[in-house]
Design a protein around this ligand. Structure first.
Ligand code: PGA
Length: 259
């Protein structure tokens, strides 16, 4: 089975309700241009319902072919966790995906590999596809520690998952120094880490499972640099921040993966 190409928009804490609706409707209207790519929109959690309506989501189907995802979630099903969102709530609102362990969650909100691991297990148990983010800082790269850091994050974030569970995970390699900086990794730098991640998955599950897992690149992906990234054998899509806020840019990136 060929692995899926997935391009996901991480809207972060941007847009208002009207702009979120317009962006989702704009992407859905032109979805047919990139029909070989799975498109996922990850709005701020308060706008998930609104965006779901704009995408015409109903139950487990998406007539528009554009899927909805959360940007984060708690690992518990319910309870006294003020301000948090449960996995089942995302499912209830039509989400199929959830971004976990984004570098902003790790650095600004103290998430560790153990936190991400608990959330990944909870997401899978709830029927969500986790998009698990990993990536080194500039300091770590310059010290020659990229491989060690990414290896520890992959092993820690995915610890204890069965081969069947690993086969359902999406991984996003996002070098921290490339996020929101305009400084994209070179295709060779990205490919090297993607190949490492795939070989780790091979040893954690099996080469067959590893071959099926979608590994996205993230960090300053734009329409004009997406094609060279998409040409790399182990880059299967993109997790897009800034450029996902414009229909043309988001679809321009998706077009690079549409083959
Ligand atoms: P960026 O963000 O595309 O704005 O660099 C990527 C991300 O944080 O997922």
């Amino acid at each position: 089975m060929a692995r899926k190409k997935i391009v996901a928009g991480n809207w972060k804490m941007n847009l208002d309700r009207a702009a979120a609706t317009a962006l989702a409707a704009g992407v859905a209207a032109r979805r047919g241009e990139v029909s070989a790519v799975h498109l996922v929109l990850c709005p701020p959690s308060v706008y998930i319902g609104t965006v779901g309506t704009a995408l015409n989501l109903s139950g487990d189907t998406s007539p528009s072919g554009v899927w909805l995802g959360g940007q984060n979630m708690h690992d518990k099903a319910s309870g006294a966790f003020t301000g948090e969102v449960a996995p089942g709530m995302l499912v209830d609102m039509g989400c199929r995906y959830v971004i976990l362990g984004h570098s902003e969650r790790r650095t600004l909100f103290g998430e560790t590999d153990a936190t991400v691991n608990a959330k990944t297990k909870a997401a899978l148990a709830a029927g969500l596809v986790p998009i698990v983010c990993v990536g080194e800082t500039l300091e770590e790269r310059e010290a020659g520690n990229t491989q060690a850091v990414v290896t520890e994050q992959v092993r820690g974030s995915l610890a204890g998952l069965s081969p069947g569970e690993l086969s359902q995970v999406v991984i996003a390699y996002e070098p921290v120094w490339a996020i929101g900086t305009g400084r994209v990794a070179t295709p060779e730098q990205a490919q090297e880490v993607h190949a490492l991640i795939r070989s780790l998955l091979g040893s954690m599950a099996s080469p067959t499972v590893a071959a099926d897992v979608t590994i996205q690149y993230g960090g300053s992906v734009k329409p004009d640099n997406a094609a060279v990234l998409a040409a790399q054998p182990d880059i299967d899509g993109a997790l897009v921040g800034g450029a996902s806020l414009k229909v043309d840019d988001f679809l321009g990136i998706a077009a690079a993966f549409n083959s």
